[in-house]
Design a protein around this ligand. Structure first.
Ligand SMILES: Nc1nc(=O)c(N)c(NC[C@H](O)[C@H](O)[C@H](O)COP(=O)(O)O)[nH]1
Ligand SMILES: [Zn+2]
Length: 162
């Protein structure tokens, strides 16, 4: 229900606020929800876990740990209908050359049915995020949750030098 989408996105934004500001990435928050139960299965924010980690990546790393499987095999053990809420759309390329989150989501297309985003990725680091088309081509719906865009952008870019 639309009200739920807004509530999950506000939770993701609260998570993003925990991310340590850095000039070379965005402060993002992410939540994975079980669509059958509305339970929150995982939360994450940029740099929450060691390494140059993304918010969505942290959610997957936590679930891999919890289920005792490699991240790429999570769809063998996760419930079959999940939604990912992320304040900034999943990355399709990372300047660090780490695996983009769009690829991480697509590997889990057996479970992740929908991705809800607060804003599209700004042009600062990657000028043309191709994630939406790629996710849709994999059968994953991509839905914009309106209403929090300016706050999400302010939080995401708080570590950037003006
Ligand atoms: N959706 C999303 N979640 C994040 O947690 C995060 N930090 C980004 N950021 C996207 C941006 O394109 C990359 O941060 C830069 O491309 C630098 O790449 P690294 O982050 O160093 O791998 N995007
Ligand atoms: Zn990413």
């Amino acid at each position: 229900r639309p009200g739920d989408h807004r509530a999950y996105m506000e939770l993701a934004l609260d998570l993003a606020r925990k991310s340590p500001p850095k000039p070379t990435n965005y402060r993002v928050g992410a939540v994975i929800v079980d669509l059958a139960s509305n339970d929150i299965l995982a939360t994450g924010y940029t740099l929450e876990l060691p390494g140059n980690t993304h918010a969505e990546q942290c959610c997957f790393m936590k679930l891999a740990e919890q289920y005792g499987v490699p991240e790429k095999r999570l769809s063998e053990v996760l419930p079959s209908a999940l939604a990912l809420y992320t304040t900034v759309e999943p990355c399709s390329k990372r300047l660090s050359e780490n695996l983009p989150c769009v690829e991480r989501v697509i590997r889990l297309a057996g479970s992740i049915k929908a991705v809800y985003v607060g804003i599209v990725e700004p042009e600062t680091f990657v000028s043309n995020n191709t994630g939406k088309q790629t996710l849709q081509a994999a059968g994953i719906s991509v839905v914009h949750v309106p209403g929090l865009g300016s706050e999400i952008l302010a939080v995401a870019t708080a570590g950037h030098i003006e």
